[in-house]
Unconditional design. Sequence first.
Length: 205
Amino acid sequence: MELSSKLLARAVDEIAQLPGIGKRSALRLALHLLKQPKDNTRHLAEALVAFRNQINFCQKCHNLSDEPICEICANTRRDASLLCVVEDIRDVMAIENTGQFKGYYHVLGGIISPLDGIGPGDLTLDSLVQKIKQNTIEEVVFALSATVEADTTNFYMYKLLTPFEVKITAIARGIAIGDELEYTDEVTLGRSILTRLPYGEALKE
């Protein structure tokens, strides 16, 4: 794409690095910013820089947080015996929006995917095991998307946690195969949380 301005070309190239944004969409966004008051663009740039430099990963669950401990983990009124394991922070948001889960979370930071070069060592599995060893958790809920990679991750975690005296369940398959958790409607996701199954039974489905 030939552009008349090197400054515009640079802006387009940077915006186009965002997922789902092609060069044409990047150009449209850059030109939109150009039409806005300069303060609007400055506020956007400052917000992005502050977000990137100041955001924390919760020391307990690995969720994004403004503080070292996120608001969910800091809430002592939640059920400490329940732990929900999810792929990333978008899944925490999706489940929280259902209002059906009152325990705590553990964010893996991804799922096992050899084709993408992601193995068990790239996930937060060590800290998950450490939580289980503390003996305060009675049930671990696997709440990953309905994909082959997620099923592989579930099975790996199942083998990892089986030696401990903890109940292992998985959300019910009200979610279509191949669907990601964050795009599932709140009613379906909420019912899947409430009607979770022992993971051994979920393997037979």
